[in-house]
Design a protein. Structure first.
Length: 94
């Protein structure tokens, strides 16, 4: 079966997309993550359809992708949080 190398290549592409999104976010650029979502969904569905032994061979790459996605999610969350208010340090007493 020739699916494993192709899936591994797709996993690498997804990981590359995550890294690109992280770099763009770090520079303050707005990032459309819809293509990334579709790519990851397709890869995960494909891996889920593999026989168990072949799917298990993908676990390290999937774990790396999950860790990269977690870091991306943290960056997005940080960007979405409002900056601390100027009065936050003075007890808020007016």
């Amino acid at each position: 079966m020739n699916a494993v190398p192709q899936i591994a290549q797709e996993l690498e592409k997804a990981s590359s997309m995550v890294m690109t999104a992280r770099r763009l976010l770090a520079t303050g650029t707005t990032v459309d993550l819809s293509a990334l979502e579709g790519k990851i969904r397709c890869v995960c569905d494909t891996v889920a359809d593999l026989p168990r032994e072949l799917g298990q061979s993908m676990v390290p790459a999937l774990e790396k992708l999950i860790a990269d996605l977690d870091r991306l999610a943290e960056m997005v969350a940080e960007r979405m949080e409002p900056p601390p208010s100027a009065d936050a340090g003075n007890g808020g007493g007016d």
